[in-house]
Ligand binder design. Structure first.
Ligand code: PEP
Ligand code: MN
Length: 377
């Protein structure tokens, strides 16, 4: 059960104390208080865990500081959508909105290699009005002898260049909790010129200690990639780990599944799950066409598979696109063959807009259809 308190409830007020006293006397019920700091107001939610079946919604609503009460099912308590659940399906970070109702593109380098390449990428994004990017510093590699990423050493110049080109959010994968500290230190050292979205890669979706550590901090939102060999439910539970530890600014990433059935794509594309994740949870959904397709193959009409699957995800309502670009793919240290080229950035963004516009038209259409049905009823 979730108690959503009235906006700006004062934690030192008598009503608030009365409520907490009442809750602390309940047997076999544990309460966890969560404060959500928005730009203008603070929202307080109290999660009641345990034997809540005997609690009546009306009784809980009779406390003056309680605005609404939501009964939750066992599944995805914090991030899930529950009956009569009007909790938000978006969050803001560093001036950028991440919601189930909007779309951000994170085009960038799979792996940072040189300051020159980072600058070409960020300048191009700026010229195309983009404020988000991806920049891999810590790379989880299949082969221990492959390039492992420049790690913390590249962070200061990445952050400074991001600030120079007005980039607000950089998705950076972390593979160990010490990386979060290194990112925070580099941001402090450079004066926080940009923001970071921590990325948990598909190989770490069920690294529960990493999830807990990442969930315990609330400075950075998190992009959690679905595990490439586990069920959707298991991956959604992994996202819930982040939220249960306190960080609910989570974007859920689809990046394809490992099975030969997807051949010749690098992974079997799972973007049909975009609407499913919207239905089950309140998380914005990201698609990664680069790591799911894995090549620059095109159809006879000239459209690359990466573009096709991006359009498929966006027309189904995807909220974020994570995509590899590189100024000189032949020199990329990781994933060069799947990288899009700089002169394709404008074209890619325009193609996305076509699909996004089509999605918005589909929403308008269904709304008109449902309104007509209600009138007839
Ligand atoms: C990546 O985005 O660079 C990456 C390694 O992705 P994934 O974890 O989906 O393989
Ligand atoms: Mn990659």
């Amino acid at each position: 059960m979730i108690l959503i308190l009235k906006e700006d409830t004062d934690n030192s007020s008598d009503e608030y104390r009365q409520l907490l006293d009442f809750l602390s006397n309940l047997k076999n019920v544990e309460s966890r208080v969560h404060h959500e700091r928005g730009t203008e107001k603070i929202l307080t939610e109290i999660y009641l865990v345990g034997d809540t079946s005997s609690l009546q919604v009306e009784d809980m609503e009779s406390f003056t500081c309680v605005d609404r009460v939501v009964r939750v099912s066992e599944e995805y308590r914090v991030l899930g959508r529950h009956h009569d659940d009007k909790r938000p399906t978006h969050f803001d970070y560093n001036g950028v909105r991440f919601g189930q109702d909007n779309l951000n593109v994170f085009a960038g380098l799979c792996a940072v290699d040189t300051p020159g390449h980072v600058e070409i990428m960020l300048r191009a994004l700026h010229e195309h009005g983009q404020v988000c990017t991806r920049m891999g510093a810590y790379k989880p590699r299949t082969n221990p002898y492959s390039f492992q990423g420049h790690g913390k050493q590249c962070l200061p110049y990445v952050f400074e260049l991001a600030g120079k080109y007005g980039i607000k959010v950089i998705a950076i994968e972390v593979t160990h909790d010490t990386h979060i500290l290194e990112i925070r230190q580099a941001l402090e050292q450079t004066g926080w010129p940009t923001g970071v979205m921590l990325q948990i890669g598909t190989r770490n979706t069920q690294n529960f200690e990493l999830l807990k550590a990442t969930g315990r901090q609330v400075d950075f939102p998190v992009l959690l990639k679905r595990g490439f060999g586990i069920t959707l439910e298991e991956s959604l539970n992994a996202a819930e780990y982040l939220a249960s530890e306190g960080n609910r600014h989570v974007v859920f990433g689809l990046r394809g599944m490992k099975t030969n059935m997807g051949d010749p794509h690098r992974n079997f594309i799972d973007f049909a799950h975009v609407p499913v994740v919207h239905r089950l949870t309140r998380m914005p959904v990201c698609i990664d066409p680069s790591h799911s397709v894995g090549s620059r193959e095109a159809t006879p009409d000239g459209i690359m598979d990466i573009f096709h699957v991006t359009a498929q995800g966006v027309i189904a309502g995807a909220n974020m696109v994570l995509v590899d670009f590189h100024p000189v793919p032949s020199k990329a240290l990781v994933d060069g063959p799947q990288a899009l080229h700089m002169d394709e950035l404008g074209y890619f963004l325009e193609d996305i807009q076509i699909a996004r516009h089509a999605y918005e038209q589909r929403v308008t259409l269904v709304q008109a259809h449902l309104a007509a049905k209600t009138r007839m009823a």
